[in-house]
Design a protein around this ligand. Structure first.
Ligand SMILES: O=C1O[C@H](COP(=O)(O)O)[C@@H](O)[C@H](O)[C@H]1O
Length: 261
């Protein structure tokens, strides 16, 4: 059932009985958007998160979508990555690779992270990823939002941590306030591993569509705050409350995550 959420963007909050129902609805939502954007512009740019999102996306790589989605028109990006080799257990790339990418026949990964062995690893990866995005913009593969001036992706699929973080933008870390860069880095993430790179809010919020995918009772309190006034008394607003889309923001909640609303 849908009802209006916070007023800052077009927001929908969808509540489902079970996590399985969320997975089914998320697959249909993503497949429908894929068809719409491919019909309109010939491609579909999708930004993945790590964490539980990849498992919740599992229905998308099963029948009927596995066969019906035109994967060859997908452009896949990551909203954040942990600074570890791509085959490391902590890598968001590896997680998506096992749970998603390996299940479909053809996917284009235009901006995969490249691990480097230079000393300032975080900075190098941040710059490298931002440069790759700029190259895609210059080749007209990725558009720029004429509202924000930042790159505009068709769909961002976001998770949320119990502390209200999204991507690798954490409540107590200053890099969440970055307003100029497309990609920033953090060396002391409160959630391991400490070094990470991440899209900034101006990039996240330039997306046409955003799905916030939240399941499990451990996120009920944070979900209540996020969809309420967004703030724990005496602290700064949670990063998840800064998410807004140029088109529509849709929250997918299971009953447990929505239990305190
Ligand atoms: O560390 C991360 O955390 C968030 C949330 O993950 P979850 O396991 O609580 O769903 C994730 O969206 C992000 O990509 C990841 O790097």
């Amino acid at each position: 059932m849908a009802f209006a959420g916070p007023a800052k963007t077009q927001t929908k909050v969808l509540k489902f009985d079970t996590e399985e129902d969320v997975a089914v609805a998320l697959a249909k939502y993503t497949a429908d958007l894929s068809e719409k954007y491919i019909n309109e512009k010939g491609s579909f740019s999708v930004v993945l998160s790590g964490g539980t999102l990849i498992d919740t996306l599992r229905k998308l790589v099963e029948s009927p979508y596995k066969q019906s989605v035109d994967w060859s028109k997908w452009l896949i990006f990551w909203v954040d990555e942990r600074v570890v080799p791509l085959d490391h257990e902590d890598s968001n790339y590896l997680l998506a690779s096992r749970g998603f990418l390996s299940k479909v026949r053809y996917l284009f990964l235009p901006a995969t992270f490249t691990p480097s062995t230079t000393r300032n690893l975080r900075k190098v990866q941040q710059t490298d990823y931002e440069d790759r995005l700029k190259d895609l913009v210059s080749r007209k593969i990725l558009p720029i939002s004429n509202i924000s001036g930042f790159p505009k992706f068709d769909l961002m699929l976001l998770g949320m941590g119990p502390d209200g973080h999204v991507a690798s933008l954490f409540p107590s870390r200053h890099h969440r306030y970055e307003k100029e860069r497309w990609v920033t880095f953090i060396t002391d993430s409160p959630k391991p591993p400490p070094p990470r790179i991440t899209f900034t809010f101006p990039v996240i919020n330039s997306a046409s569509e955003i799905a916030m995918v939240i399941t499990g009772a451990d996120l009920a309190g944070t979900t209540k705050i996020a969809l309420g006034n967004g703030q724990i008394p005496g602290s700064t607003p949670l990063p998840c409350t800064e998410v807004s889309a140029e088109g529509e923001l849709t929250w997918f909640l299971d009953k447990d995550a929505a239990s305190k609303l």
